[in-house]
Design a protein around this ligand. Structure first.
Ligand SMILES: *[C@@H]1O[C@H](CO)[C@@H](O)[C@H](O)[C@H]1NC(C)=O
Ligand SMILES: *[C@@H]1O[C@H](CO)[C@@H](O)[C@H](O)[C@H]1NC(C)=O
Ligand SMILES: *[C@@H]1O[C@H](CO)[C@@H](O)[C@H](O)[C@H]1NC(C)=O
Ligand SMILES: *[C@@H]1O[C@H](CO)[C@@H](O)[C@H](O)[C@H]1NC(C)=O
Ligand SMILES: *[C@@H]1O[C@H](CO)[C@@H](O)[C@H](O)[C@H]1NC(C)=O
Ligand SMILES: *[C@@H]1O[C@H](CO)[C@@H](O)[C@H](O)[C@H]1NC(C)=O
Ligand SMILES: *[C@@H]1O[C@H](CO)[C@@H](O)[C@H](O)[C@H]1NC(C)=O
Ligand SMILES: *[C@@H]1O[C@H](CO)[C@@H](O)[C@H](O)[C@H]1NC(C)=O
Ligand SMILES: *[C@@H]1O[C@H](CO)[C@@H](O)[C@H](O)[C@H]1NC(C)=O
Length: 670
């Protein structure tokens, strides 16, 4: 019908009525439509809400819960006890979040979360282990955003390296505002830095040091350990801000060591290879020649048959000019004599090598012309670096041609000089250096350099280590004395050695070379020797100090003990399981014993030997704690632990140590 009919007067009221009806119908329809639309919208909204609800938490089994809204992390052990509690991403505040959308596969990733425009977090559970490891991978999406995750220390004992001035065993009374690893590490590296911390409840936290990060401990007030990201410099394809760390959990603190080490081995494509098993425990000391002036003395010693060495470590600047890759002409003949004389006595050379090429060196020009060196920030020219007061360039370890070139030169030197071991020197690099592989940054350098040199199939020592290397490599432990109420004490050496062992470096070298000076007394050297003989390797500086007759006698006596008693045992410990530390903390054999957990002046060698060295000058008595088990001392008497005894150390001859006869676990396990 047409509405134009409405001009007829008679039909007017009727038409109006019909029209009114139609209008009402339409209105009802409209309202109905609105209602349906509303219901649909509500449905969509509730589905969305439900979807939101589904990411209230990330869970793995019964033990792992990350509450997304609160960003709180809870990890429980099998007994349901809370072993780790953490606050994650404190800077995110109330930013909306969602699952991450995977563009390649077009789906939401369950264990990945994105806080809009700010950051994303991916949690990966390592399922292939009896005990779980969780990896947290944070990426900041804006440059000025800092990721910070804090963990509560609770009442547990924590172990790991923090600074070289704190007594780290266990970490106590510490308030470290922030240690910035992007600045200090490895720019001014003067010590080993391996970011791993163990908690006595059976957890371990370790950070991937391929990205800059910061760490702070608030042990005194907040009782927290916080790790945070630092902006990355100038590396293409890499996100600006990355924090990558792993938390592993085990039945005990000892168990979690094995779990975390296995996790790293599985992740490392360049893992422990059997070919390198040939590295062993060295029977005799390494003779270190600090400068070329000591060479004639060493030759003299060799000729008198008075030396007793396994290795001779050459001074770092044996090239005369870093990067000449040949022996300094002025010492070439003398060195040849030393090498010949030493080889007669089964003693061979350790050659320090660095990837640094001084601009005056023979190979600098060739390296420049072939682009073998690290470039500047704009990738325009070779980056000049200052290292040990020399100006020069640094080998680009991401360039395979450059590596082949370098490795060939080193191989020649190895054959020519009868070298059986290399010491890799640490070169400091500016953070904005550019590599051929844009994905590589200066933080990857030590790992890549080690990897390249390990193709030489020769035993390696790292001057300083940073991060994790799963292949066996020697690490020097610099043992320093501290003045303590007038007497010199060898304080931090034991905790430092224990921490490095737990960090995955069993092959420790007891090193004293930095300490040797005119103020070092014979008594101090004596204290040091009595600790050092228990280490896989010990290094003695060839200086006047050690040519003294009394010193020679003492050294001889100590080395006799080492070769007769200790060496077979040390080799056995290493061969039984080369993945375990050789120098072990007291809690290794008694993880539930609270006394063992706090002992920082004794250590175990393997599981069967306990060493309680005298650490301070003029000490007459020392207290020794013997944990559960039966112990046999020098006097053959058996002592049943746990027991604290006091020993008169003036009477004891070489060193104070005990053998464990049985584990004392016969009546009750665990
Ligand atoms: C788990 O580990 C074992 C031995 O380490 C290995 O053989 C196996 O392939 C691994 N399985 C997975 C799924 O990664
Ligand atoms: C501690 O490290 C700093 C640099 O980080 C270094 O200068 C200092 O000599 C070290 N101290 C000891 C006792 O090793
Ligand atoms: C350590 O804790 C105290 C007290 O809670 C707090 O005032 C201080 O800012 C914390 N320090 C750090 C570095 O977090
Ligand atoms: C040094 O020892 C070697 C073999 O042990 C021997 O042949 C040589 O005569 C000795 N030299 C001296 C000077 O005693
Ligand atoms: C290093 O090599 C350069 C160039 O061959 C040479 O002139 C210089 O004498 C060498 N330096 C030493 C200390 O041998
Ligand atoms: C660098 O990393 C990115 C992303 O991880 C990758 O796509 C790219 O191929 C890498 N480039 C090189 C040269 O390895
Ligand atoms: C490495 O050297 C050892 C002996 O020193 C040898 O048995 C082994 O075959 C070598 N491995 C490779 C891959 O060259
Ligand atoms: C060294 O040890 C002594 C005794 O155990 C202790 O009093 C002193 O504080 C320690 N010194 C350092 C620097 O750790
Ligand atoms: C050698 O040791 C003795 C005893 O410790 C000492 O009296 C003497 O000064 C030392 N000689 C040298 C040259 O160091």
């Amino acid at each position: 019908m047409d509405s134009n009919n409405g001009h007829d007067d008679d039909t007017a009221p009727i038409t109006a009525h019909i029209l009114e009806k139609k209008r009402r119908k339409r209105r009802a329809l409209k309202i109905g439509l609105y209602i349906i639309a509303g219901i649909v919208a509500l449905g969509v909204f509730s589905v969305w809400l439900l979807h939101k609800d589904s990411i209230e938490a990330i869970r793995f089994g019964q033990g792992f819960l990350l509450s997304v809204k609160l960003r709180s992390l809870e990890i429980k052990n099998q007994r349901g006890e809370n072993v780790l509690y953490g606050d994650l991403g404190s800077d995110l505040l109330a930013t909306p979040y969602d699952h991450c959308w995977d563009i390649t596969y077009e789906f939401y990733e369950d264990s990945c979360l994105q806080w809009r425009d700010k950051a994303r977090l991916k949690v990966i559970k390592d399922d292939n282990l009896t005990s779980p490891c969780y990896t947290f991978h944070w990426e900041g999406l804006v440059p000025d955003f800092t990721i910070e995750d804090c963990f509560y220390l609770q009442g547990y004992s924590w172990y790991g390296y923090v600074t070289n001035t704190t007594d780290p065993w266990p970490i106590l009374d510490l308030r470290l505002e922030e240690r910035d690893y992007s600045k200090e590490y490895p720019l001014e590296q003067t010590e080993h830095i391996v970011p791993i911390w163990f908690g006595s409840q059976g957890v371990v936290i370790f950070v991937d040091s391929g990205h800059p990060f910061g760490i702070s401990w608030n042990h005194t007030d907040k009782r927290q350990l916080c790790i945070s990201s630092k902006p990355q410099q100038q590396v293409y394809f890499k996100p600006l801000n990355v924090l990558h760390y792993t938390v592993c959990q085990g039945k005990s603190i000892k168990d979690v060591y094995t779990v975390s080490r296995r996790h790293r081995l599985q992740k490392d494509t360049h893992a422990f290879s059997e070919q390198n098993q040939q590295q062993h425990i060295m029977p005799n000391p390494i003779y270190a020649i600090p400068t070329k002036e000591e060479l004639p003395q060493l030759l003299d010693l060799m000729r008198r048959n008075e030396s007793q060495c396994s290795l001779i470590e050459l001074f770092d600047d044996w090239e005369g000019e870093y990067g000449n890759l040949s022996v300094d002409a002025s010492i070439s003949e003398l060195l040849q004599d030393v090498i010949l004389e030493a080889a007669n006595q089964d003693c061979y050379l350790v050659l320090p090598v660095s990837p640094f090429f001084s601009y005056k060196s023979q190979h600098f020009k060739e390296g420049i012309s072939k682009n073998y060196f690290i470039r500047d920030r704009q990738n325009l020219v070779t980056r000049m670096v200052k290292w040990r007061d020399h100006e020069g360039a640094v080998l680009d370890v991401s360039n395979s041609k450059a590596l082949d070139w370098f490795v060939d030169h080193i191989r020649e030197l190895i054959d020519h000089l009868g070298v059986i071991s290399l010491k890799l020197l640490t070169v400091t690099l500016p953070p904005d250096s550019r590599f051929l592989d844009f994905n590589v940054s200066q933080l990857d350098y030590p790992r890549l350099f080690h990897r390249a040199m390990s193709t030489l199939n020769i035993s390696l020592t790292l001057e300083f280590t940073s991060g994790f290397i799963t292949a066996p490599v020697y690490i020097p432990i610099h043992m320093n004395f501290f003045k303590n109420s007038g007497y010199n004490c060898l304080n931090t050496s034991i905790p430092y050695s224990l921490v490095m062992g737990l960090s995955g470096y069993p092959l420790l070298t007891a090193d004293i070379d930095e300490m040797v000076s005119s103020s070092t007394t014979d008594e101090m050297l004596e204290l040091w020797i009595k600790v050092a003989i228990f280490f896989p390797q010990l290094k003695i500086p060839c200086t006047q100090l050690f040519y003294n007759n009394t010193m020679q006698e003492l050294l001889q006596e100590a080395l006799d003990l080492r070769s007769i008693t200790l060496l077979p045992y040390l080799s056995q410990v290493w061969q039984e399981d080369p993945h375990l530390p050789i120098i072990r903390p007291m809690w290794w054999i008694s993880p539930d014993d609270p006394v063992s957990r706090s002992i920082n002046d004794q250590f175990l060698v393997g599981d069967k030997m306990l060493v309680a060295p005298v650490l301070c000058e003029r000490t007459q008595r020392r207290v020794v704690y013997l944990p559960k088990g039966t112990w046999r001392g020098d006097d053959m008497k058996l002592i049943k632990g746990p027991k604290t005894i006091e020993v008169n150390v003036i009477d004891s001859n070489i060193a104070l140590y005990f053998w464990r006869e049985d584990s004392g676990n016969t009546e009750s396990n665990n």
